[in-house]
Design a protein around this ligand. Structure first.
Ligand code: EPU
Length: 344
């Protein structure tokens, strides 16, 4: 089914909850119906060079002004097991499904791989675009393939994991396929063989404090506890999770920083001995920003990487706060930080 709404108010469609209006919202619940619709007059906006974008569940998007174009939004939910053997299971989920419903199902079935990614607010489609990650695991670790509608030919296609160019919060869908591919479903590969990943931060002690047998459900519970203690619930306080990325810097630069700030947290970067990742949240915290407000926007009191809408903040108020933080981080640490959030 296709539903079109003209002049759509967007505050309920993003977790930041800032207000803005889009010229048009097109909601689609099946890839085939969308392809048919776009082949006809419904797709004129694609051919006329008008502005358009794809929205997931709006958990990583900040509107700073009215959107003078068309927004495409998937309402296609549901997931199914499409293959199972003794070693692994393939689950195919539609793009509009709630990501955490996929994790809940995998962990309830005792399948390994998704549990560290519990409670991340995201749609299935965005899990692949953004290569969502937490507690030492990224979506790329369990994605088998991504199905999409080629917006140039309007054919349904599939791309295997190895061709998705996944990196830290990066994928081909943000680069070569940006504006060309609309994700319709993602196939995840979960393992039947235990593969706990407990080495990030306080995850292991949290799991141990729960006690009992080590299962994917147990790890999910621990991750949910840790997240709830640090990250604000978007239903209560508008936010989009981490507002900034953690910069990946050349090793000598990080070593110089470490001499100046021995307590600065540093993480290895998979596949690159030459680079290290540093924690932006720590730098913002070190500058004393935690809990500080500017107008109706603020830095979250428990996690300095998260900016929040205290109620009624405009997108511009949030970006003004973000710019001030970027400037101060650069002045103090000589490091350029960039938003993780998609700012429109
Ligand atoms: N830290 C502070 N003060 C703060 C925040 C962090 O000192 O206010 C320190 C922590 O103590 C820790 C380090 O900085 O030593 C890293 O903090 P944390 O483990 O909370 O992770 P993060 O780097 O702030 C990243 C992801 C999160 C993900 C967590 C856990 C990014 C941009 N963010 O945050 O993802 O949940 O790791 O794996 O990579 C998201 O993308 O929206 C998100 C929430």
């Amino acid at each position: 089914m296709i539903r079109i709404t003209e002049n759509k108010e967007l505050s309920s469609l993003t977790s930041f909850g800032t207000s803005a209006t889009a010229n048009r919202l097109i909601e689609w619940s099946s890839a085939e119906a969308l392809a048919d619709f776009l082949r006809g007059e419904g797709g004129n906006f694609l051919r006329n060079g008008e502005k358009w974008t794809i929205l997931g569940h709006g958990c990583n998007t900040l509107f700073t002004e009215d959107y003078k174009g068309t927004i495409l939004l998937s309402t296609a939910t549901g997931m199914e097991t499409i293959f199972r053997n003794d070693h692994y299971t393939l689950i195919r989920a539609n793009a509009g499904e709630v990501w955490d419903n996929v994790v809940a199902r995998c962990t309830a079935e005792g399948l390994w791989g998704a549990e560290n990614l519990s409670a991340i607010p995201s749609s299935v489609g965005a899990s692949a675009v953004q290569n969502i990650g937490a507690y030492g695991v990224e979506a790329k670790d369990i994605i088998e393939r991504v199905e999409y509608l080629d917006l140039e030919t309007l054919e349904l296609k599939s791309i295997p994991q190895v061709e998705c160019e996944f990196g830290y919060r990066e994928s081909i869908f943000k680069h070569a396929l940006s504006g060309k591919a609309l994700i319709t479903a993602v196939v995840y590969r979960l393992s039947s063989i235990p593969a706990p990943r407990l080495d990030y931060g306080t995850l292991r002690p949290e799991v141990e404090s729960i006690g009992g047998e080590l299962t994917p459900a147990k790890i999910r519970e621990a991750v949910i506890r840790i997240r709830a203690s640090k990250l604000p619930d978007p239903k209560v306080l508008g936010n989009a999770g981490s507002f900034f990325k953690n910069p990946i810097l050349p090793r000598p630069q990080v070593e110089r920083l470490k001499e100046l700030y021995p307590e600065m947290p540093i993480y290895p970067v998979a596949g690159s001995g030459e680079h290290l990742k540093i924690a932006t949240g720590w730098m913002i915290d070190h500058l004393g920003w935690k809990g500080r407000r500017v107008g109706r926007a603020a830095v979250h009191a428990h996690q300095a990487l998260v900016l929040v809408n205290l109620g009624g903040a405009t997108g511009k108020e949030v970006t003004a706060l973000a710019e001030q933080i970027c400037r101060e981080v650069n002045e103090k640490f000589g490091v350029e930080i960039s938003p993780e959030v998609n700012i429109l």
